[in-house]
Structure formats: C-alpha cells, structure tokens
Design a protein around this ligand. Sequence first.
Ligand code: DQA
Length: 143
Amino acid sequence: MKNILIINGPNLNMLGKRDPKIYGSETYDDLLNKIAKKSDELGVKTEVFQSNHEGALVDRIQDALTDGTDALIINAGAYTHYSYAIHDALEILSIPKVEVHISDVENREDFRKISVITAVCTSRIIGMGTDGYLMAMEEVAKL
Ligand code: DQA
C-alpha cells in the first residue's frame, strides 16, 4: 500500500477561523475527514502532520527519507514564501512532492506570488480550495 504524507504548515490548523472568502468555511477537522475518506477510496495510507514551527516541519520532511513515505503533499503556509530551510529539506527527498495552496496565491498580495519551494516540488495545485489536497492525492496515488 502506498504511503502518502501530507504536511501542513502554520495556521492551517486554524481553517474555519480564517477569512472564509479566501479559505472557505471548512474547519481543519473537516479537511482531515475529507482526506481520510479519499485515502480509503484510493486505497492508500495517509498521514497528516501539521505544525506551526519551521524546525518541526523540517524534522518531519527529513524523517520521510527513511520512514517509507512514497509521496509527499505539502502546504507550507506562509513558510512557502521564505523558508529556505524547508526548501533545502525538500530538495533532499527524491519522491513525488506536490505543493498545495488552498487559495490562489498568484492573485493575492505580491509576497504570496513568491514560492521558494516550487523549484523542489514535482507539481503544484493552487486555488482549488481544500479539494486541492484531494487532487494531489489522486495525482500521487496514480504514480
Ligand atoms: C496558503 C497561502 C499562504 O500564503 C498562507 O500564508 C497560508 C495558506 C494557502 O493554502 O492558500 O497560510 O498556503
């Protein structure tokens, strides 16, 4: 069975409390339930890890080198825009890596148009709401 690791960065645990016009009204638990349902549908094993701390995110990415993770899906939140530590950790991992953003980061503030992790990911899904995670799961499950 394929092992998928989904990593969520800072403030994603606040879904449901963030601006609903940008992030929708689903809570983080709703997202976890959607992911669990999709995981069953696809017949994959999915772990979701969330942290508000850059170092914890780097540690979890590093652990994916040896823990049997077959594919990684990451929404690094605001770290996307400036964390070279997360960039460097992702660079070491040679498995499919999908960058996901709930909102359309290309059509928001200028600082959100910069992603320092796109170059070390294999694909990118933005602006599809939380369905973006499900699309990423479908994509990596097929590989
Ligand atoms: C986000 C977009 C980021 O700019 C923001 O800092 C987030 C969420 C998204 O999913 O749309 O926290 O990654």
